[in-house]
Design a protein around this ligand. Sequence first.
Ligand code: GLU
Length: 419
Amino acid sequence: MATIEWRSPASEMAVKQFEVAAEKLNLDSNVAARLKRPDRALILSVPTRMDDGRVHVFTGYRVQHNDVLGPFKGGIRYHPDVNLGEVSALAMWMTWKCSLVGLPFGGAKGGVACDPMELSRNELQGMTRRYTAEIFNFIGPEVDVPAPDMGTNEQVMAWVMDTYSQHKGYAVAEIVTGKPVEIGGTLGRREATGRGLVYTIIEAAKHLKIDLARCTAAVQGFGNVGSVAAKQLASVGIKVIALSDRTGGFYDPNGLPVECFLEYAAKNPELRGCPYGEPIGNADLLELKCDILVPAALGMQITKENAGRLKCRILAEGANGPTTLEADEIIKEKEIFVVPDVLANAGGVIVSYFEWVQDLQNFFWTEDEVNKKLRDILTKAFHEVLGVSQREKVGMRLAALMLGVNRVARAMLWRGLYA
Ligand code: GLU
């Protein structure tokens, strides 16, 4: 970002995207200068007792970008590539995402640099509890509400909730979202991001007058987002021709049996060995001829090297930041309709908001209510973005960022500078 501490490829990308939106909006320069940097960034040592008795010190982060619209909100990521720059970029994107879909939240993100697949359950629990204790003074139901992200799940959220609650002395369900339903989680949260992604694809297809029943899709990533997206795509009649996880991909031009992949994933830690389709690499999957391409894994997968070879009609970004700035320029020249990350994957944080509201009120909704409200919010946001894109003659990504940034900037101008 603006200063060296959090500079990284991801944060440079986030800041440049912001600068383009700020310029197009003619944003107040004082506000723009403030929004380029996070409000606060924590770097933590997370000592963890490993199963062999040794103590390993992991590095953890929590970056709080902006809370002008409400408490900070954002996931906790466990991945070997987690670093201050990446977490800062992800925190900034959370600010625009929450603002874009009209949630009363600011943006944050956290993480620990580790490979969760290499840790035992015991080690994962110890690391999570110590990480939570280290950020204890900086989070809270009205302050900063964490959630799952890549490499974390409802079990990790349950440990965060329990650790926070043990320190407080009573159960505080509303400290974290994406929890198991038994301890105050909401119905529909686990599926929310993938489900929301498909709602936005349905709107995109209507706009482009594409018949989804004749469409093919390729999905990169089979975690919480990719697996649910694949299931939902298949459920609306789309032929899923390629799937992958970090161990590699599977391709069948006649369609893959998504249910069998879900069953396989429920029993195995990775898709490697799943007996369907032809093998395909994660990079090759992106270049397949298909109607809908869903990158739902790591960031920066679509770059200036491969963007020219994309052959999809709709690019629906399940991952955060999967498309680099240079790739964006190339994609603009092609007939590809982009549903940008801050819109396409906002379903997760929208249902996190529903979970937080239910916890605060101790009054719980049915899954149908959750899904209907999710669809209403995403459909409205999609059409607002499309409207700006058409009026301002800009791409969907810039339109989404303009809407997200503008709401935050207006709130900042109303509230003024406390000095
Ligand atoms: N980690 C998810 C995201 O990137 C969800 C965040 C949340 O639910 O707070 O949007």
